[in-house]
Design a protein around this ligand. Sequence first.
Ligand SMILES: [Zn+2]
Length: 280
Amino acid sequence: MLELPEAGTLARQLGAALTGRRIVGVGVGASPHKFAFFSGDPGEYPGALSGREVTAARAHGGLVELVLGQTSLLFGDGVGLRLVAAGNAVPGKHQLALELDDGSGLFCSVQMYGGLWLGPAGDHDNPYYRMARDRPSPLAEGFDRAYFDDLVAAARPSLSAKAFLATEQRVPGLGNGVLQDLLFQARINPRNRLSELGEDHLDDLFASLRATLAEMTDAGGRDTEKDLYGHPGGYRTRLSARTLALPCPRCGAGVRRESFLGGNVYFCPACQPVRLAVPA
Ligand SMILES: [Zn+2]
């Protein structure tokens, strides 16, 4: 799934490659997919999109918005985007294809499930979009320690670190993928409860949240995900399915994978103890 670093990377790449390009052809539903969600009738997409010029691309949390003047296409975090130059092989399966005036093609492929929504630019009627648009990005100035402390204060103290960070869109675009390294860097176990975290832990968590997401975004996303050209991101995940067989990069202990809150968590039991020292 795309999360904040990958959505930011895709938006940057889309903006650089497609701004000023015009859509000259639209293909919808080439590969039927039960969980590809369109807004309204997908049969109307070709008429609504043909002839439009790409004016910008933006990321909102884990979502990507391709702006076409007054209208835009919003892609959910389960949609893979691939730009293919003229004459090159196209992806085998896709649910939306846009042909550009230079002969290149943007292919949108839903993985497990995903939205490809057409709507007014900057104003899609989608709750995830609105939350991501209206809340400060963890990469922006507005996401400061006071804002973070407010998020902590508003959450139930019995919430786990994972539930706090990766549910309810408290931090748009922060999901179960980027969570692993973020907690590893802060030396906090995914199961640690907010009530168990002292000021030092919260300092570490806030610092890691900002720094890890920035590092991932600057590197072009995580190496477990693909960019607009099909290349893995340049950020080497410290804890992920790819690194499970490797020792902890900090202390050399064995890394653990456990199912927790609807997804796997990866952690080092030595660096991220389940029982934290009681805060002073
Ligand atoms: Zn360790």
